[in-house]
Design a protein around this ligand. Structure first.
Ligand code: IMP
Length: 201
């Protein structure tokens, strides 16, 4: 049996305001009293893991120990199958210090070249950690195909080149509420809720 979140305060182990807002929304129905790592002045650890799970776990553990409270972290990215899973855990870094995702999407297009395999998936790892070092982790995904040039102004990151399976629009064109219901993050959240929030209302 996985360890359960017993209620009370929960740290969102992120300094990214967009991510904090999205996770806060997902946590709202679970009755957790969420506070972000940024609000608590906790330092941001280096993402030295080799997988999404390792990075989510090290971020959650750092916040859990720093705040002496349970903490939840997310690590996500785009895995392009024709590129052996790149940019993967380096998805944010491919955009450079200026966080230029136009540039990052161009890099993906150039790296693929004439490769006919345009399949990819977004992955999201979630780790819920406690101050004693225990952690529960889950991973969610959404599969699709890449299109160039990028399409749509909505979403963020690599959304404008990603068409989820069975759809015609990119995540950059689609209704954001719909995206949030089918995304890798929603998939991971459903798994984490079933695993660790069984006691919550
Ligand atoms: P992290 O903050 O280290 O988890 O980096 C996540 C990066 O993966 C983001 O900066 C985006 O580039 C990419 N990414 C993750 N989720 C999405 C998504 O839903 N849409 C588009 N890009 C995403």
């Amino acid at each position: 049996m996985a360890r359960q979140f017993e209620g009370g305060r929960l740290v969102i182990a992120s300094h990214n305001p967009g991510k904090v807002a999205e996770i806060r929304e997902l946590l709202a129905p679970l009755g957790a009293d969420a506070v972000s790592a940024g609000e608590l002045g906790l330092p941001e650890p280096d993402e030295t893991g080799r997988t999404f799970i390792e990075n989510a776990e090290l971020k959650a553990l750092a916040s859990a120990r720093g705040a002496n409270l349970p903490a939840l972290a997310d690590d996500s990215g785009l895995a392009v199958h024709g590129l052996g899973g790149d940019p993967g855990i380096y998805s944010a870094r491919w955009a450079g210090p200026g966080r230029d995702f136009g540039l990052a999407m161009k890099k993906v297009e150039e790296a693929l070249g004439e490769n006919p395999d345009r399949t990819a998936h977004f992955a999201c790892a979630l780790a819920l950690a406690w101050p004693d070092g225990h952690a529960e982790t889950v991973e969610g995904a959404v599969h699709g195909t890449l299109v160039f040039p990028p399409r749509g102004e909505r979403g963020f990151g690599y959304d404008p080149i990603f068409v989820p399976d069975g759809q015609g629009e990119t995540f950059g064109e689609a209704d954001p509420d719909w995206k949030h219901s089918v995304s890798h993050r929603a998939d991971a959240f459903r798994k984490l809720t079933a695993r660790c929030f069984g006691n919550m209302p």
